[in-house]
Design a protein around this ligand. Structure first.
Ligand code: ADE
Length: 226
């Protein structure tokens, strides 16, 4: 069972992503739980304030230490987290081996930043891991959290059936996937490679391996050198 608690500034952004297809099935099967929390519930004062100007000046608001501290320690009363993950462009870039490892952990708390980020003291004292989903800046951590939960959910044993096994994904063996085709056999004069229609299992396997390797060499040679 993988439990993901997500502490969000805009929880509405996370209403859709877990309600469909594979992640929906994972939750229905009791293999995964996703709980979205609104940071503002721990905000201060009448306006439930969660952000403020940064010391030293400069544009952009910073998520305040107290609401984050109250939210995280409150959630910790109910759940012992294996990792408290802050989604941030300056975190470690997510890759498949990180996803594999994290999908085996029991309870994760994902903290979404916004604006200029979160008060550094939270990162120093409460956050145990920082993850980026790529070298670009999103307007907040929610969509990054959705990406992470999606990548983890599909790896939980029992979530995918054998046909769609995650073990055959791109990156699982440091190779990109081979090309795939479905009906019809010919469209606009564009034909499916004959080997796939041959029924010859070994030849098909070899063709797929060759294609995966060639594609990786052409598009992502960095994967082969590591
Ligand atoms: N928040 C803003 N940009 C992000 C990124 N690239 N990855 C993770 N969290 C983020």
């Amino acid at each position: 069972m993988l439990r993901c608690d997500i502490l969000a500034v805009i929880p509405e952004l996370l209403e859709g992503p877990f309600q469909h297809s594979i992640l929906k099935r994972a939750q229905q099967k009791g293999l995964m739980e996703v709980h979205v929390h609104d940071l503002r519930d721990w905000g201060q004062g009448k306006h439930r304030q969660i952000d403020d100007y940064q010391y030293g000046g400069g544009a952009g608001m910073v998520l305040m230490v107290e609401p984050l501290w109250r939210a995280i320690t409150d959630l910790q009363q109910k759940t012992t987290y294996d990792e408290i993950i802050y989604l941030t462009p300056d975190g470690k870039t997510l890759n498949q081996s990180m996803a594999n490892a994290l999908s085996l952990r029991g309870n994760l708390l994902l903290v979404c930043g916004h604006y200029k980020g979160i008060d550094e003291r939270i990162r120093e004292h409460l956050i145990t891991m920082e993850i980026s989903i790529g070298d670009y800046v999103l307007s907040g951590g929610e969509l990054a959290a959705a990406v992470l939960v999606d990548a983890l959910g599909r790896l939980i044993p029992g979530v995918l059936n054998n046909e769609t096994s995650a073990l055959e994904d791109s990156f699982q063996d440091d190779l990109l996937s081979h090309p795939v085709y479905t009906r019809p056999e010919e469209f606009n004069g564009w034909e499916v490679p004959a080997v796939l229609m041959s029924g010859h299992e070994r030849k098909i396997r070899e063709w797929r391996e060759d294609q995966a390797l060639a594609r990786t060499q052409a598009r992502r040679p960095d994967l082969l050198s590591s």
